[in-house]
Design a protein around this ligand. Structure first.
Ligand SMILES: Cc1cc2nc3c(=O)[nH]c(=O)nc-3n(C[C@H](O)[C@H](O)[C@H](O)COP(=O)(O)OP(=O)(O)OC[C@H]3O[C@@H](n4cnc5c(N)ncnc54)[C@H](O)[C@@H]3O)c2cc1C
Length: 417
């Protein structure tokens, strides 16, 4: 009767890790998520470029927690929270809590550019990744029977906006899709007409990475014939052309926007102090200042590290914060004070394609094949589900040996752009 009730909103990397680390704790957990699965977002771009199936990077939550006796799952979207009465609003009903964990993640930030949001593509969830995949594959089909050179060139010009890790990975993977896979499927198409353009408003790529890795990334992408345009900001995209802020235009049917994220919109409704990108300011213990029984973590939380810099919106931050949150809840239950969160930086990684990645681990920088192998095994390790690990490994091995992206299916989707 007196078992404390922990409600976790969001079953991404943060929420999932709270639930797992509370498996043996004397609590009853309700885990709430909009979808019935956990999604491993770092591999989403591979769904968009026809490299992996959604089911290989997502896993049903009820299956993950089948053996954990102290948890129940509810699918749905939390639409409000009463912090004084201590309940969340879900599916037209309410769920009371003793401890609340808010781990609702982030969404794409288009910075108010409505046309870009309407006409552009993003890689944020399964639906958007499949829409992108369908669009890319369809353009090759259309280009294959287009007789006018200029129209064909526009169809085969792919613009990626944002030179962060996701943009870099997407551009590199797209370049390989064109040159290694589609060139074989469409022998009559002149693949020299295809262009991958990567736009970055800064004067360098992957800002958070050390200089030598930025430089290596630049070189690896150039080697794959990606047209990298630094100091280039996007102003508009109407579905047929990109306009840059200097007024120049690029004829293209494809803009993949990876240049911004903001915390989930639900956080705007809560009335707490938010920092840049809508993230909620939390105490070092990840608690809300006014409500110590409420924890916010992962992409939704704003916390600075020792240097005064905000912690990045990264899976490693969410995973570590999940563990600390679970420990702090247990400490509070046993009458102890919660402990502050200290981020242990495990290093940085980004892949640019086959045999090509950059990594910084234990203070050492790697590039090329070694970094790529580290990337492959780390991502396999982080995937949920043994079956998914095996399937993804087989997929990658097949692609590696035969230069194939196997998921080249154009499917009909609701809400297709
Ligand atoms: C394309 C892409 C590539 C990335 N690549 C990397 C990478 O290479 N390395 C890296 O470290 N990080 C990467 N990241 C970032 C990483 O995925 C995030 O930092 C991490 O997932 C954050 O975890 P989280 O638990 O805070 O949020 P999320 O994992 O986003 O989970 C939030 C969950 O909350 C649910 N939710 C949201 N609102 C509600 C609501 N109102 N009610 C119920 N449920 C709700 C969502 O459906 C979701 O399941 C990438 C992200 C993306 C999108």
């Amino acid at each position: 009767m007196n078992t404390p009730h922990v409600v976790i909103v969001g079953a991404g990397l943060g929420g999932l890790n709270v639930a797992r680390h509370l498996a043996k704790a004397p609590v009853q957990i309700t885990l709430i998520n909009r979808e019935n699965y956990h999604l491993f977002q770092p591999l989403l771009y591979q769904v968009a470029i026809a490299g992996l199936l959604p089911s290989q990077i997502a896993y049903p939550l009820r299956t993950i927690f089948r053996r954990q006796k102290n948890i129940t799952f509810q699918m749905g979207e939390v639409t409000g929270i009463d912090f004084n009465a201590r309940y969340v609003k879900l599916n037209g009903s309410v769920i009371a809590y003793d401890y609340l964990v808010i781990a609702v993640g982030a969404e794409t930030n288009f910075f108010g550019m409505e046309a870009v949001e309407r006409n552009g593509f993003q890689v944020k969830d399964i639906q958007s990744a499949i829409l992108t995949r369908n669009h890319l594959l369809k353009l090759f089909e259309q280009a294959s029977h287009e007789v006018e050179v200029e129209k064909r060139r526009a169809m085969l010009t792919f613009v990626v906006a944002g030179g962060g890790p996701t943009g870099v990975e997407t551009a590199g993977a797209l370049a390989e899709l064109v040159t290694r896979v589609m060139a074989k499927d469409f022998p009559l198409l002149e693949m020299e007409e295809a262009r991958i353009i990567l736009l970055e408003s800064n004067d360098h790529l992957i800002t958070a990475y050390p200089h030598e890795l930025r430089h290596a990334t630049f070189e690896l992408l150039q080697h794959k014939n990606v047209d990298i345009r630094l100091n280039s900001s996007l102003a508009d995209f109407n579905g047929r052309g990109v306009t840059l802020s200097d007024g120049s235009e690029i004829a293209t049917h494809t803009l993949i926007w990876t240049a911004g994220v903001r915390a989930a919109p639900m956080l705007d409704l809560l009335g707490f102090e938010q920092a840049g990108g809508g993230r909620v300011r939390v105490q070092p213990t990840l608690q809300l200042p006014q409500h110590p029984e409420v924890f916010v973590l992962g992409d939704a939380a704003y916390l600075t590290n020792g240097n005064g810099q905000p912690l990045p919106m990264l899976s490693t931050v969410a995973i570590q914060q999940g563990k600390v949150t679970a420990q702090n809840i247990q400490r509070m239950i046993s009458g102890q004070a919660p402990r502050p969160f200290h981020y242990k930086d495990p290093g940085l990684l980004a892949t640019i394609g086959r045999n090509a990645a950059v990594a910084r681990i234990w203070g050492i920088s790697f590039r090329g094949f070694i970094a790529w192998v580290i990337w492959v095994f780390l991502h396999l390790y982080r995937l949920i589900g043994f079956r998914n690990r095996i399937l993804v490994f087989i997929n990658w091995a097949w692609d590696y040996i035969f230069y194939e992206n196997q998921i080249r299916l154009i499917t009909r989707e609701q809400g297709e752009k």
